[in-house]
Design a protein around this ligand. Structure first.
Ligand SMILES: Nc1nc2c(ncn2[C@@H]2O[C@H](COP(=O)(O)OP(=O)(O)OP(=O)(O)O)[C@@H](O)[C@H]2O)c(=O)[nH]1
Ligand SMILES: [Mg+2]
Length: 293
């Protein structure tokens, strides 16, 4: 019997830093989402499109859900709630080494109450602490399935795709079959610059750092010219981003350019400016224009 055609949305949900974006990239086999060792890296609902057998899996990466009273925190929670409400399958991820808790159990129960199939997925099982911890975790209520994956090694990833696909509604593809995401390249480019800044600035990174691509010129076939502003909210942060003699922003630029050239498959000329914009993270319009809402 022929496999049934299926298509639908699977939301990747969980605490900050549990490995959602890394897993999205692994499930897609492409680097779409940015990843960092710091929590609260993802700031938007990012769609990745994954054909799997006769199914089209529409994977939604979401911001990790954390408390926090800033406008950006509230916006990030809203994005995750929205993805959870709109999905056909909920993939609730947790690093078993970090333990289960009321927050995750609350999510599980709410998703189940809405009638969503819930997959409880242990992440980072290549790490000894995660590999040793019991799964499903003590304290977790019933789920449709419990799986264990490592985005790093790829273990469990094929089984996860099968488990998601089997629970999607029947129907033909919802997006063109060769499409990878619904986000424009310009947005993905801004994200790569932000990732480079995360990696270069480490502990010095301001919470409120954003990237705004202000120029995008593809008029030459062999070269893309990109100009982007690194937005910060304080003069002191601007100095950190620039670094002594401009050394820091130069390092960010070199790292970002390498990522952009991989993304675009062309040479890239990248110009970065550190710009003071005191209230960007509190402005609903700005959050929108930056693609964060
Ligand atoms: N060992 C190991 N580390 C992982 C794995 N997946 C992710 N990580 C690491 O965990 C950290 C967080 O990964 P992200 O994918 O950015 O986590 P996230 O859940 O998207 O985080 P937010 O966007 O902040 O909510 C990074 O340092 C990753 O390299 C994995 O399978 N194994
Ligand atoms: Mg993320």
């Amino acid at each position: 019997m022929a496999e049934t055609a299926r298509a639908g949305f699977a939301a990747l949900l969980g605490r900050p830093n549990c490995g959602k974006s890394t897993l999205l990239n692994r499930l897609l086999g492409e680097k779409l989402a940015i990843v960092s060792a710091r929590p609260q890296t993802t700031r938007s609902r990012l769609l990745g499109i994954r054909p799997h057998g006769r199914a089209q899996i529409l994977l939604l990466d979401t911001p990790g859900v954390a408390a926090g009273r800033r406008r950006l925190d509230a916006e990030l929670r809203r994005l995750a709630e929205e993805a959870a409400a709109g999905c056909d399958v909920a993939v609730l991820l947790a690093d078993p080494a970090a333990g289960w808790g009321d927050d995750l159990e609350g999510w599980r129960a709410r998703l189940a109450a809405r009638g969503k199939p819930v997959l409880l997925v242990a992440t980072k099982i290549d790490a000894p602490a995660a590999a040793r911890a019991p799964w499903p975790p003590p304290g977790a209520g019933a789920a449709d399935a419990c799986l264990r994956v490592s985005a790093r090694s790829g273990e469990g990833v094929a089984a996860l795709l099968d488990a998601i696909a089997a629970r999607l509604p029947e129907g033909g593809p919802l997006y063109p079959e060769d499409q990878l995401s619904d986000r424009p390249l310009r947005f993905l480019a801004a994200e790569l610059v932000r990732e480079a800044a995360f990696e270069e600035l480490l502990q010095e990174l301001p919470y409120a750092l954003a990237v705004d691509v202000v120029e995008w010129d593809e008029s030459r076939a062999d070269l893309v010219r990109v100009r982007a502003d690194l937005l910060v909210e304080r003069a002191s942060q601007r100095r950190i981003v620039i670094g002594a003699g401009g050394a820091q922003i130069k390092r960010i630029g070199i790292r970002a350019r390498a990522g952009l050239e991989r993304l675009l498959g062309r040479r890239v000329h990248l110009e970065l400016w550190a710009k003071l914009e005191p209230r960007w993270s509190r402005s609903p319009n700005r959050l929108k224009s930056l693609g964060y809402s």
